[in-house]
Every structure is written in structure tokens, then in C-alpha cells.
Ligand binder design. Sequence first.
Ligand code: IMP
Ligand code: MG
Length: 189
Amino acid sequence: MDEKMEFPYAFIGDLLISQVELEKRIRELGEQITEDYKDSENLLLLGLLRGSVMFITDLMKHVKRPMTMDFMSVSSYSGTESSGFVRIDSDHKTNIHGWDVILIDDIVDSGYTISTVSKLLMDRKPKSLKVCALLDKPERHKIDIKIDYCGFSIPDHFVVGYGLDIDEKGRNLPYIATVDPEKYKKLYG
Ligand code: IMP
Ligand code: MG
């Protein structure tokens, strides 16, 4: 059956990354993290709410190390464009001093979110800090950033599903799909 038919949001364009492809790649990322942190006793997966929730919960199943998870909530977006100004809406609870932190986001677009949050976290003196993003849109970067663990590089489309949203819609899709801007405009103006 066509996966798209299961969750009929009327603004979906194309299926970009299937559930099977997501599962396979996320398992690989988990295995890579397990290997890279085999000597770490204080590993923290720090997710950015809310887009990274589905990704982080699937990813951690494949991290075969002692670890803990925490979250921060930040915002910079209205609609489909970054404002460039990143606001911390809610901070993490863990004292990360001396921890091996992996900052996890759903997608890197301009790079402002990851860059701003990374700088803030470095001030808190973790033992190490790496960045993990499920998706990356390299064409859209406005600043230089390093993504240590990247799921998929994608072209410059606005996408939803697997936690990612457009104005809070579409997060529950179990795959990544593009938004059709014309259809979206017709529905929501
Ligand atoms: P950046 O700060 O411009 O890199 O934006 C990162 C944030 O923008 C992500 O955490 C997402 O919340 C959001 N974002 C960027 N592109 C998309 C997209 O195609 N779909 C859904 N959210 C996106
Ligand atoms: Mg986000």
C-alpha cells in the first residue's frame, strides 16, 4: 500500500525518506555512537524539543552504552523561515559539567539553532560536545557548522514527518515527506 495513504495530510508533496530507510540509517547511527563512546561513562543525549522526539527515542534503542537523556526547547521559526534569533524556551535539567553530550536535532537548515545552542552548552563545560541531526539541508546553511552524526542530506525542500512539523502539523507521519507549498497555501493561507 502507498505509505502516503495511511496519513492523508492534504498538503503532502512526495515521500522523501521511507520508514524502512529511516530505521536502517538510525540503527547505523546508534551503532556508530556505541562504538565512539565505548569508553564513556557519562553520556547524555540532549534533544531539542519537539522535532527530535521521534528520532531520539528510536536512536537511543541502538545506543548500547549507559546513557541518559534530556531535552531543551528552543525556537527561531515562524512558518518556514528561520528568524535567525534563537530563543531558549526551556532549559535542560542535567548539570552537563564533565559529561559527553550529543546535541540532537531533527534538521539543520540555516545552522543558527545548532550553532547558538552549541555555544551555550560549551560555556557549561561538558567533557565533549558533538552534534547529531537526522536531516541536513547543506544548500541552506548560512554559517559554518560541523555535524558529527548526520542521518541524511536532503535538497532544499520543506519537509514534515517523523517528528518534523509545519506549524505543528505533520509530526506523526512515520516517514519524511515534502510539503507542497501550493497545496499548503490553499489550505492555510
Ligand atoms: P536552523 O536554525 O535554521 O538550522 O533551523 C533548525 C530548525 O528549523 C529545526 O530544528 C526545525 O525545527 C526547523 N526546520 C528547518 N527546516 C525544516 C523543515 O524542512 N521542516 C520542518 N522543520 C524545519
Ligand atoms: Mg526544531
